[in-house]
Design a binder for this molecule. Structure first.
Ligand code: SF4
Length: 66
């Protein structure tokens, strides 16, 4: 598959819900301040990453074309 998205996050708007790490626990984690960070862009299947982005209540996850 060549459709793996680039993954960017905006910690400033993250509410620290942890929803993203529920869907894609090898891609997203919360840092010590409770804000999202990307731990590995290719940590989970692309579908899981998309589900995480779709589920983020603050739209703090941005996917682009690799
Ligand atoms: S789902 Fe969104 S608001 Fe919740 S921790 Fe992840 S980036 Fe932050």
């Amino acid at each position: 598959m060549t459709d793996r998205p680039r993954v960017n996050v905006t910690p400033e708007t993250c509410a620290g819900t942890g929803v993203c790490s529920f869907y894609a626990s090898s891609t997203f984690a919360l840092d010590d301040a409770g804000k999202v960070s990307v731990i590995a862009e290719d940590g989970d299947p692309a579908e899981d990453v998309r589900n995480a982005a779709d589920a983020c209540p603050t739209r703090s996850i941005h996917l682009g074309i690799a």
